[in-house]
Design a protein around this ligand. Structure first.
Ligand code: GDP
Length: 335
């Protein structure tokens, strides 16, 4: 499961990452550093191990404190770092959270991207050196899509504050691309790993199943079990982002596995992995955890990225569930 083993040679330079302590940012930082890149990352506040759940710091990254909701501050950092590559992975990461903080979501995951693109463009014009920009876009752009799988040409019709903010950022990437900038988007479907925070359903299920099997928890409460998602392996998706930013031309690419499963399938697989067949005895459905609107089926069409950039996922659904469950079991065992 080496995230970038297939990605090919990468020229060495300076990369700037927002969201650097998140799941994707930390895997990306590790892989860029291992290839000799200088990596700078934006963090919300001074590093305090354990201060924010699910954050991973990586030795060798140069961290800069800055708030995505303060575009001027982020702009100054960009100007001082003078990167060759910008990966914008930061922002409000959870659709659920975006319903609780719609305005912050619009600001941090939408408007701030507009500002970052403008600063990057101005910096490129001033220095004459190309800066490539990758936006972590999202399948939430497609909202309640009329059909599955969705592709780069599926209409953008968000149904959550998260999707709407991501749509603004996605469209603005196209605007700057038309202006002549190497601006590209990775339209990421759900992607998971042992670094996925517990607020996401996969980690909630795998940690819950491990705890129930160990006798440390009685019940797991979940929301919509019927939602169908295309779950991939985060290190594979990081590999895709590296390929997209090094592609011959800037473009948008769907990054997914092409295979979808329901939340219930995930529950069954996770409980099976811990030896519990009758998962219904230990899982409750709590309507308060359901969302005002929730896309029924998300599944990505990966023909474009496969044919143009030779990318394919390396970890399937069963391997993904098992890896996450085993990790949560070893955490509980104190290993
Ligand atoms: P998202 O697709 O980025 O929002 O990722 P999540 O992992 O948060 O949610 C994936 C799907 O799981 C959505 O359709 C949720 O409605 C569904 N789901 C069902 N129960 C839960 C739950 O207890 N927590 C979360 N986060 N999602 C749940």
């Amino acid at each position: 499961m080496n995230p970038l083993s297939e990605a090919g040679p990468v020229p060495v330079g300076t990369a700037f990452l927002t969201g650097v302590t998140g799941q994707d940012g930390s895997y990306l930082a590790e892989s860029l550093l291992s290839r000799g890149w200088e990596v700078h990352g934006l963090i919300r506040d001074e590093l305090r191990p354990g201060a924010h759940e699910g954050e991973t710091t990586v030795d060798g990254v140069e961290y800069h404190v800055g708030d995505l909701s303060r575009p001027d501050a982020v702009g100054s950092i960009l100007e001082s770092v003078k990167p060759d590559l910008v990966f914008n992975l930061g922002g409000i990461s959870s659709v659920y959270q975006s319903w609780q903080h719609p305005y912050d979501t619009a600001l941090i995951s939408g408007a701030s991207v507009v500002s970052m693109l403008e600063t990057t463009w101005q910096l490129q014009q001033a220095t004459g050196k190309e800066i490539r920009f990758l936006q972590a876009s999202s399948a939430e752009l497609f909202g309640e899509a009329e059909s599955a799988p969705q592709s780069e040409t599926t209409p953008i019709r968000p149904i959550s504050p998260y999707g709407a903010a991501k749509a603004l950022a996605h469209h603005t990437v196209s605007v700057y691309r038309s202006r002549g900038m190497f601006a590209c988007s990775a339209i990421l479907y759900n992607h998971e790993s042992v670094r996925r925070p517990g607020k996401f359903v996969t980690r909630k299920i795998t940690s819950g199943a491990a705890a129930i099997a160990a006798g440390k928890l009685d019940k797991l409460s979940l929301g919509n079990l019927n939602a169908i998602r295309d779950w991939g392996w985060a290190p594979d998706f990081v590999d895709a982002m590296v390929r997209i930013i090094h592609a011959p031309e800037p473009d948008d690419f769907v990054v997914a596995t092409g295979v979808s499963h329901s939340v219930q399938d995930f529950v069954e697989a996770a409980f099976k992995a811990v030896g519990i067949d009758d998962w219904r005895a230990v899982v409750d459905v709590d309507e308060s955890l359901a969302r005002p609107t929730d896309a029924a089926e998300m599944r990505g069409d990966i023909s474009k990225i496969s044919s143009r950039l030779g990318w394919r996922p390396s970890v399937d659904f069963d391997a993904l569930v098992t890896a996450m469950v085993r990790h949560d079991q070893s955490l509980l065992a104190g290993k």
